[in-house]
Design a protein. Structure first.
Length: 257
């Protein structure tokens, strides 16, 4: 989707690939700074995304080539990849498109969570391994892995699943015992523990997303002594990255001298 030139305005043109708390905080910090003309890009997975104070485009670019075109057409000077650590395809596309167009690229990546005393994590390399980790015996499982990979769990229909997502899941997980929950965090540790106990959850499945926004469920599982199947991150492109918004802002400020 083209973004009207007049909407992008003057200033150093920055494209922020978002869909995360970091993306939102970054564009909020840049929105009042006339030295930058910022565009936020969202994949369009969430129907009612939180409104951003900058020009926002929604939908895929059409692969790395499409993104490279977009960078050229909009004369983008800097790209920040603030997408989710599990959104590997767009990150690889961004790396390739920026290489093709010689556009400086910075990643914003939150550090992965580390297990601490009391955690009962079962590490899984990917979603297929996470399904296996639930075992053969029926269990009450809490899935907080988003919508896109729910279908992986259809081959383990012996479990009963509570599935929490922002958007309704429709028919994404065809199993006999399913409790879908549509909700957008943040959730408190206490509320998560209360929910896990009330629902009789025996195991959780989570992506190792990192960050504070979705950590309460992990802490609550520890409080209750529940095992968590923790899915490791996919491999991401080898690019310069920072963990903090402030460091991304400093990188942009260095660009304008
Ligand atoms: P993905 O597998 O890496 O991307 C799939 C395709 O979606 C990309 O090839 C691209 O399409 C399009 N896309 C992804 N992010 C985009 C963005 N910010 N702007 C424009 N197009 C985008 O990504 P995903 O896992 O579907 O995640 C989609 C979005 O949801 C990301 O912005 C991510 O930050 C957010 N998110 C993902 C997760 C997760 O666990 N995966 C969790 C929370 C939030 P084209 O090739 O056509 O350009």
């Amino acid at each position: 989707m083209p973004l009207a030139e007049d909407r992008l305005g003057d200033g150093v043109r920055v494209l922020v690939l978002g869909g995360t708390t970091e993306g939102r905080l970054l564009v909020a910090a840049l929105s009042g700074d006339a030295r930058f003309a910022v565009a936020l890009s969202l994949a369009g997975r969430t129907k009612g995304p939180l409104v951003a104070p900058v020009s926002t485009r929604v939908g895929g670019f059409g692969g790395a080539l499409g993104l490279a075109d977009w960078l050229r057409v909009h004369d983008v000077a800097r790209v920040i990849d603030a997408t989710h650590p599990f959104a590997a395809r767009i990150s690889h596309n961004a790396a390739e498109a920026c290489l093709q167009t010689a556009t400086p690229l910075l990643g914003v990546r939150r550090p992965a969570w580390e297990a601490v005393a009391g955690d009962r994590w079962i590490e899984a390399a990917d979603m297929a391994a996470a399904v296996d980790a639930l075992g053969a015996a029926p269990r009450r499982v809490f899935l907080t892995i988003g919508r896109q990979e729910l279908a992986s769990f259809a081959r383990a229909p012996q479990h009963s699943y509570h599935v929490r997502t922002i958007e309704p899941i429709g028919a994404a997980l065809p199993v006999p015992r399913l409790v879908p929950i549509s909700a957008r965090g943040p959730f408190s540790r206490e509320a998560e523990a209360e929910f896990l106990s009330a629902a009789g959850i025996e195991m959780l499945v989570s992506k190792n997303s990192g960050g504070a926004a979705t950590y309460a469920k992990i802490a609550a599982a520890r409080d209750l002594g529940l095992p968590v199947v923790m899915v490791r991150r996919p491999s991401l492109p080898d690019i310069e990255f920072v963990s903090e918004i402030e460091d991304a802002l400093a990188w942009l400020h260095a660009a304008i001298g």
